[in-house]
Design a binder for this molecule. Structure first.
Ligand SMILES: Nc1ncnc2c1ncn2[C@@H]1O[C@H](COP(=O)(O)OP(=O)(O)O)[C@@H](O)[C@H]1O
Ligand SMILES: [Mg+2]
Length: 577
């Protein structure tokens, strides 16, 4: 994990080096202080040598100023390195998530990805910064202070050696429990983020169903769970810290007791005693620093693992090695013995089994079937939003896995069942389909999608700002904008997944007419609930529970397909009643 993360800080190794140099020099300066102090007390004062005292005093002030300057420089470089590291990490996480396939996305919740991109990265950034400030400082300070202390008095130093194992034991205890606690904390932040996100996106639904009270309760549960986990982690530290302080202060008391005796009996000089105490303080301080670093490590380990999990996720849909940069011209679609399962190798039955059909270039084809029969799943296989479990999907006679993903997806205009518009103007949204489209092209796509009239009736026309997700247009208008966006690509294949469900029947009839008359040469595949939307298709594929149970025209299917007849019948009944 550390190796993986190290890559992101590598560009800043220059700063790491600076930090280490600065810290080492700073420690040397600090170590000199007690030594100089003891010289003043043991030599300067007894001899009443003012010159000597002033000289050493000036030296001490100088050293103090130098260490402050070094400390400031170290802070600057550690901030630069850690911020740069975090920015690098965030960027590559974001890019990785962008490259995720649909099945990769299925594995992580959005909330969890948000936490990983924000809170987890920030935690690592703080750790890197603290590490640069303390990781080298603590051992350097500990070792050099110990050497100085021993050189002053071995007997007194043995008290320190007794205290240190107890402190180390305390630290180990904290680390063991802390990592576990922090993993829980980060996971609870995930749930909180997921909950917030779901509620903000679906706030209208929540209000419509008067579910505020329920959602509030759910939120406060998640929120309390997080508080509880954070408190537990906090409690651990607040329990261990006083214990450690107790050990440290006892050691200090013992040193003063025994050392005081030695000074009283003249075995030890007052100056040596004072500087011994200073070194003892430094030793204890560095032990505290160690414990702090380890707690930080434990927390970061939990965060680091979660980040590395994203970085190491295998993107299962990528260009194959011998992917061809072939253009798609005709738009022929072919399925050969296609089986599909959402969890590859998982248990459970196939969502699609043994799907076989051909849609010729320029045909207007439709898929009908009950909800959950696998219609969306089937069309998602064409632009490789998912890969087949077995069997082949061919476009223009070439397996979709052999195309470059970019070419394949550029050649397929897809209006997803759950589609969204982005904040920005209508024009900006339509340009998603084709960045270089001219206004006349956009107007053509919009009028084919039956969107031009309502767009021009808006006060700002094509420059109307859409709210986030397109909140300020109606469901049917949004669907038509999505269709126009897909059409602006002028793709050889256009797939509409239930994209006219909110469009009224009259407008939909116009839309179908436009498909037939203005999209000659484009293969159109639509999924629709209403029989009226698919009646005049060249080919209708009837799906039932993941299997094809009939292919034909409306008339043919009416004659010999029970499932199709039933769908028609149920819709006629619906109209009568
Ligand atoms: N992302 C997914 N992960 C797991 N199962 C899914 C996923 N999407 C759909 N399914 C399941 O696959 C089946 C077919 O779904 P879908 O293709 O959306 O049906 P349709 O579009 O015909 O309503 C359903 O049983 C559904 O529960
Ligand atoms: Mg569907």
């Amino acid at each position: 994990m550390i190796k993986k993360l190290y890559e992101y800080i590598k560009p800043y190794s220059k700063y790491l080096l600076y930090c280490f140099l600065l810290v080492s020099t700073e420690v040397v300066c600090e170590m000199m202080m007690p030594l100089l102090m003891s010289k003043i007390i043991d030599i300067g004062i007894p001899n009443k040598n003012i010159g000597f005292i002033a000289g050493i005093g000036v030296l001490m002030v100088l050293l103090a100023v130098i260490s402050i300057a070094l400390g400031v420089a170290n802070m600057k470089f550690s901030a630069l390195a850690s911020q740069g590291f975090a920015a690098n990490l965030r960027e590559s996480l974001f890019n990785k998530i962008k490259a995720f396939s649909f099945s990769n996305i299925d594995k992580f919740s959005t909330g969890s990805l948000v936490t990983r991109l924000t809170s987890d990265v920030t935690q690592l950034q703080v750790t890197v910064m603290m590490m640069l400030r303390m990781l080298l400082r603590a051992p350097l300070m500990l070792i050099s202070a110990m050497i100085f202390a021993i050189s002053i008095n071995t007997q007194l130093s043995s008290i320190i050696f007794a205290a240190i194992p107890i402190l180390i034991f305390g630290i180990l205890l904290v680390i063991r429990t802390a990592e576990h606690l922090y993993t829980t904390t980060q996971r609870r932040i995930d749930s909180l983020n997921s909950d917030i996100q779901e509620n903000l996106i679906a706030i209208r639904v929540v209000k419509a169903f008067v579910r505020e009270a329920y959602e509030k309760l759910k939120f406060s549960k998640v929120n309390n769970a997080l508080t509880e986990a954070s408190l537990k982690a906090g409690n651990l530290i607040s329990l261990v810290m006083p214990l450690m302080l107790l050990v440290m202060n006892s050691a200090m008391l013992a040193v003063i007791w025994f050392g005081g005796h030695k000074v009283g009996t003249g075995v030890m000089g007052t100056g040596a005693f004072v500087s011994f105490i200073s070194y003892l303080m430094q030793i204890l301080f560095s032990v505290m620093m160690f414990s702090f670093i380890f707690i930080l490590f434990a927390r970061s380990e939990a965060c680091g693992k979660r980040i590395v999990e994203v970085i190491e996720t295998n993107i299962d849909i990528e260009d194959s090695e011998n992917a061809k940069d072939l253009p798609i011209k005709n738009g022929k679609i072919e399925f050969c013995h296609v089986d599909f399962k959402y969890v590859a190798g998982g248990e459970g039955k196939n969502v699609l089994s043994d799907i076989n059909f051909v849609i010729e270039p320029g045909e207007f084809a439709a898929i009908v079937g009950g909800t959950g029969s696998g219609k969306t799943t089937l069309v998602n296989l064409i632009p490789r939003l998912y890969d087949t479990t077995s069997g082949e999907v061919l476009v223009d006679g070439v397996n979709v896995r052999d195309y470059k993903l970019e070419t394949l997806r550029h050649s397929i205009g897809m209006v997803l069942q759950k589609n969204v518009l982005f904040s920005g103007t209508i024009r900006e949204n339509l340009l998603w389909g084709n960045e270089n489209a001219k206004q006349s092209d956009l107007e053509k796509s919009a009028s084919d999608a039956q969107a031009h009239d309502f767009i021009t009736s808006l006060p700002e026309g094509y420059d109307t700002e859409l709210g986030q997700g397109g909140v300020n247009v109606s469901g049917g208008q949004k669907q038509r904008l999505c269709i126009a966006r897909a059409m602006a690509k002028k793709p050889p294949i256009l797939i509409l997944d239930d994209s006219t469900s909110a469009v009224d029947t009259a407008t939909e009839a116009k839309l179908r007419k436009a498909f037939r008359e203005n999209l000659r040469g484009t293969t159109v595949l639509i999924i629709a609930q209403r029989i009226s939307s698919v009646k005049d298709a060249d080919k209708i594929i009837v799906l039932d529970d993941g299997k094809i149970c009939g292919i034909g025209t409306h008339e043919e299917l009416l004659k010999n397909n029970e499932v199709y007849k039933e769908i028609c019948l149920s819709q006629q009944e619906g109209m009568v009643s």
